[in-house]
Design a protein around this ligand. Structure first.
Ligand code: OOG
Ligand code: NI
Length: 267
């Protein structure tokens, strides 16, 4: 698959879930800005046919290179960053939940979802916007997961798709600071994730980031109950040059830890 087609399909699925992203991107374009992406991110489980090990080959096929691992002990997550085949393309952040660290009850809920996946379906890069590959969970199971892992609860209903796109603030001409993007987002009526501060990271860690709180949609659970759930969010990133003159390519685990909370229902 051509990488341009990959990103146009991925973006289309993402804005269906995240109308705020289109509104924010259009507002920047109206200011004369060119909107490029710093990275996109995906969430998955470390069991069944959709682990990082299963999904990574489709990124490599698109020309990506595995860059660096990250670990989040409290959130029970592992992740890798990937660098793109050319500088104008987004990096990728791919994380997975360590299912074996959940309670037996939560593990069983996740197992019952993952066994429904037909491994033959995991066969090309479109897996990254295939969404939920299992039947909707019950509302009760969703709440049980949420008590232990917001990430697990979110993934159980939203599935495999871009969890967020991230505007490359370096590529903006007039809106040069993350704080200015935050102001614009709020002027448009959207909420900034304040966990860990309105801007996470700093020039000294070579990366500053902020994000919106996720959009919300009504979702019908398997028992017929309908409730609002968080879908996906938009992120903004500004990178700095290191002492050797190279633009920082990684992610910052302490900041990422807070950015994950952009989909929390309780916030
Ligand atoms: C990913 C959160 C981390 C970053 O840029 O550090 C992240 C997620 O919410 O799945 O996107
Ligand atoms: Ni991100």
């Amino acid at each position: 698959m051509n990488i341009k087609d990959f990103y146009s399909a991925l973006w289309q699925d993402y804005v269906n879930m995240t109308p705020q992203a289109e509104t924010i991107a259009n507002a920047l374009r109206q200011r004369g800005e060119e909107v490029l992406n710093d990275h996109v991110a995906f969430r998955t489980f470390n069991i069944g046919p959709i682990t990082i090990k299963d999904l990574e080959p489709y990124l490599l096929e698109l020309g990506y290179t595995r860059y660096e691992p990250y670990h989040f002990a409290a959130k029970k997550l592992d992740a890798y960053g990937y660098t793109p085949p050319s500088k104008d393309l987004p990096r990728v952040f791919l994380s997975e939940l360590r299912v074996e660290e959940l309670s037996d009850t939560a593990q069983k809920i996740v197992h019952d979802l993952v066994v429904q996946i037909d491994a033959k379906e995991v066969n090309d890069p479109s897996i990254f916007w295939r969404g939920r590959l299992w039947r909707a969970p019950s509302y009760e199971d969703y709440l049980t997961l949420a008590e232990e892992s917001e990430y697990a609860a979110w993934l159980s209903i939203i599935g495999l798709r871009a969890n967020h796109f991230t505007i490359n603030v370096n590529a903006l001409m007039q809106t040069t600071e993350v704080a200015q993007v935050n102001d614009l987002v709020e002027e448009l009526g959207f909420q900034i994730n304040e966990s860990g501060g309105r801007i996470k990271g700093s020039p000294s860690v070579l990366l500053e980031q902020s994000s919106t709180m996720a959009s919300k949609q009504e979702f019908e659970f398997s028992d017929g109950q309908k409730h609002e759930v968080t879908t996906c969010y938009y992120e903004f990133a500004k990178r700095y040059f290191d002492e050797t003159g190279e633009l920082y390519q990684g992610f910052v685990a302490a900041s990422a830890d807070k950015i994950f909370e952009s989909t929390d229902m309780k916030k």
